[in-house]
Design a protein around this ligand. Structure first.
Ligand code: GLC
Length: 537
């Protein structure tokens, strides 16, 4: 383990000084997840074994060697469960099966076993805020009609207005449009409304219902029994809604971005606390995670983990999800959202470590995932440009070369930080976003629900290039890819970078090796201050 850097250490350059040390290096607890590097595999787009153009579990298993040679500790798989794919699998119809699109349950077992043989841990995605409208419980709720016990497992209400023709309140869906949809009752009459904070195909569960709570504890056990090492918990801050479902005007965008937050940031003010919004970060969520933690802990060591996807401000509330008897980690989206400005980055890193330390948790770090424009592209815009939700051909285009240069620097910084880091598939290749997808191929529900105003997230989900000269750049055995790969993707292919000095892939491998050799993930941190003004490079 790296020794602590002390505040008295001096630099050879007299104008530079070292700030005080953040975070003690002597961690008593060296549990794997405190410093793990976890690689997100987006199953549709990583590797296709059967040539249908959509990635699958056997495809992933066959290429786990890539992760082993990259040097990560674990992989997190986005959902592969049966689903109508209204939101690329985040609309789950059965929590205990594998969608035939991705394989069979036996393929999941094989993936887990092979990963473990290679020394890789496996984290799966759990989507507890909502199910698919094709879930048997929701179908039963529709069939059973108003007032039935089946309806109580979701959030059904009568509409407002004389004929109940208006939604029960004014909440807006994260994907755009109202957060309520009206059903047709079994007798054919226009009926009740149900809540969906995301797409209308994703009805929200009623977490006040005991059956919902027991069901998810049982789902956790199902996957723990199959050997998974943890769960990434989708929309962890959304499960409990404020009593009475009071009106609230603002629309939240992905990762918690609201118009108000953006305006506040421009004014230099702190954003409004998320829990002021009646469907986010309500205190009641915490008892759910305490009960889940008991389930996980009952499996003994080595620890299985929970990681919260919780878009929560301020950070002091976000870290409540990682108190010792709740989750192990939470994504740090403040870091992801920070512009490429040195003093802003220093500030967010300091704040993150102090906040995480206050509850004894490790901080996490992430720059890209399946919901945001890839950082090699994001950083190709002027610092401070508002993070777009997708980019189209008619939008201002990024400076690709500058973006890659900054992305490499950003990752170098991130992988040196104490805590746990998340990588998103393809970033190890310096992969940029696809910025010219034809609108008719877009599949993200945001595109349709926002009336095309937001291009959505398809551009970061394009299938991986493995071999430049193979059909589909080696994504599968044939040329099919569910989204087209940009013309330049072949230049970024794994085979173009493997063993090539200076390539982004070799940079990632070297950074991960160095991080491991020097135990940087469990080290302490101090900033050297006194460098010249930020050049924006
Ligand atoms: C999370 C997922 C995102 C999904 C949403 C609704 O934010 O990361 O992809 O659309 O939840 O489940």
């Amino acid at each position: 383990m790296m020794g602590p850097v002390t505040a008295t250490q001096t630099s050879s350059c007299p104008t530079l000084r070292v700030s005080s040390v953040l975070r003690a290096a002597e961690q008593r607890d060296s549990a794997w997840w405190r410093h793990a590097v976890i690689y997100q595999v987006y199953p549709r787009s990583w590797a296709d074994s059967n040539g249908d153009g959509l990635g699958d579990l056997p495809g992933i298993t066959a290429r786990l060697g890539h992760l082993r040679s990259l040097g990560v500790d674990a992989l997190w798989l986005s959902p592969f469960y049966p689903s109508p794919q209204a939101d690329a699998g985040y609309d789950v119809a059965d929590y205990r099966e594998v969608d035939p699109l991705f394989g069979r349950l036996a393929d999941a077992d094989e993936l887990i076993a092979r990963a473990h043989e290679l020394g890789l841990r496996v984290i799966v995605d759990l989507v507890p805020n909502h199910s698919s409208d094709a879930h048997s419980w929701f179908r039963a709720a529709l069939a059973a009609g108003p007032g039935s016990p089946e309806r109580e497992r979701y959030i059904f209400r009568n509409g407002r207005g004389a004929g109940h023709e208006l939604p029960p309140n004014n909440w807006e869906s994260v994907f755009g449009g109202p957060a309520w949809s009206r059903v047709t009752e079994p007798d054919g009459s226009p009926g009740q409304w149900y809540l969906h904070l995301f797409d209308s195909a994703q009805p929200d569960f009623n977490w006040d219902h005991q059956q919902v709570r027991s069901e998810f504890e049982s789902v956790l056990q199902f996957w723990l029994d199959r050997g998974v090492d943890g769960f990434r918990v989708d929309v962890a801050h959304g499960l409990v809604k404020k009593d009475g479902l009071p009106d609230h005007r603002a629309r939240t965008h992905m990762l918690g971005d609201t118009e108000e937050a953006a305006a506040h940031a421009l004014d230099g003010h702190s954003p409004e606390p998320t829990h002021h919004i009646p469907y986010w970060d309500q205190d009641g969520v915490h008892e759910i995670y305490r009960s889940w933690r008991e389930v996980l802990d009952s499996y003994g060591g080595p620890e299985r983990i929970l990681c919260a996807e919780a878009w929560v401000e301020p950070q002091e509330r976000a870290v409540l999800y990682t108190r010792p008897n709740e989750m192990h980690q939470a994504f740090n989206f403040d870091f992801l959202g920070t512009p490429w400005i040195a003093e802003d980055l220093v500030a967010v890193i300091e704040r993150s470590l102090i906040a995480a330390d206050s509850v004894g948790a490790p901080s996490t770090w992430v720059l890209s995932n399946h919901d945001v424009v890839r950082h090699a592209t994001r950083l190709g815009y002027a610092p401070g440009t508002r993070r777009p939700n997708g980019i189209g051909a008619e939008d201002p285009q990024p400076d690709r070369e500058l973006g890659l240069r900054r992305a490499r620097a950003a990752t170098t910084l991130m992988l040196a930080l104490p805590g746990s880091a998340y990588l998103y598939q393809g970033e190890e290749l310096g992969l940029p976003e696809s910025t010219d997808l034809p609108d008719e191929l877009r599949q993200d529900p945001t595109f349709v629900r926002s009336g095309g105003e937001e291009k959505g997230r398809d551009g970061c989900r394009v299938p991986m290039p493995w071999f430049r000269d193979a059909p589909g750049h080696g994504f599968g055995p044939g040329p099919a890819t569910w989204l087209p790969q940009p013309s330049f993707y072949g230049d970024y292919a794994v085979d173009q970078q493997d063993g090539v000095a200076g390539s982004t892939l070799e940079l990632y491998r070297a950074l991960l090796r160095r991080r491991r050799d020097l135990s940087l993930g469990s080290g302490s941190l101090a900033f050297v201050r006194g460098y010249g003004p930020d050049e924006g490079q």
